[in-house]
Ligand binder design. Sequence first.
Ligand code: GUN
Length: 294
Amino acid sequence: MELLDGKRIADEVKQEIAAEVEAIVKAGGKTPHLAAVLVGHDGASETYVGHKEKACSQVGFKSTVLRFEDTITEEELLNAVADLNNNPDIDGFIVQMPLPKHISDQKVIEAIDPRKDVDGFHPVNVGRMTIGLPAYVSATPDGIIELLRRYKIETAGKHCVVLGRSNIVGRPIANLLSQKAYPGDCTVTMCHSRTKNLAEITRTADILIAALGSAEFVTAEMVKEGAVVIDVGITRVKSDKTKSGWKLLGDVKFDEVAPKCSYITPVPGGVGPLTIISLMKNTLLAGKGAIYGK
Ligand code: GUN
């Protein structure tokens, strides 16, 4: 069994991006600039945006955070999005989710210019990705693809079972791994809460991707000997064994599943560290005009 070390891969990609940014700037090019819109004072959102700012500075990007109180109206937020769309110095931006209840997430996402949508949430990017056109791919599915690629895991002809059908993980990763590509060329089965005989299906998986958001759902008896297991879950639970009083659990019962696997992601330190890297990759692509041109 080999651990898929997301932290190590994230550091590797970060260094590659930093080298590329340095070369661009040395050649007289523009420093890529990522903006993040943060509405309100949600603790997790503040932390995520802080991590994104830090990653930007590590790779040599410019970053800007636009902060608004959660009393902002939908119209005011849509105006702020329009300003970012029209600001030539901003290569890409994200609006941190979730938004306050009186604002429609979807309306805001659809107001973002797809050419600057480095989160890959706009239906134009989702649609382009789905039919295999160049697009910004959202962070978690892109992180999984990066991990499979960097570890040179064979995917062609493999049976990949995806647990979960969310728009941000299950559906896009099922689509990507079914495409004629590497990583890809898998036979994909997408399972969800109404799937019958779930364990029977998961036991046939060469690659099992758990993205259902249910702590330790996947047990040893659900996994085939030699499978590659990618755990996307992160559930925070109380613990008397850690200093913080909390620990993170994946969707996979790691201790009993790991010995059966050829590869498995730990939680934390698996897919997680690669999600911010995907945002950095997309911002670099945006800066270079690599998807939609300049
Ligand atoms: N909230 C949690 N994850 C994300 C993300 O990847 N992008 C945005 N915009 N909001 C989030």
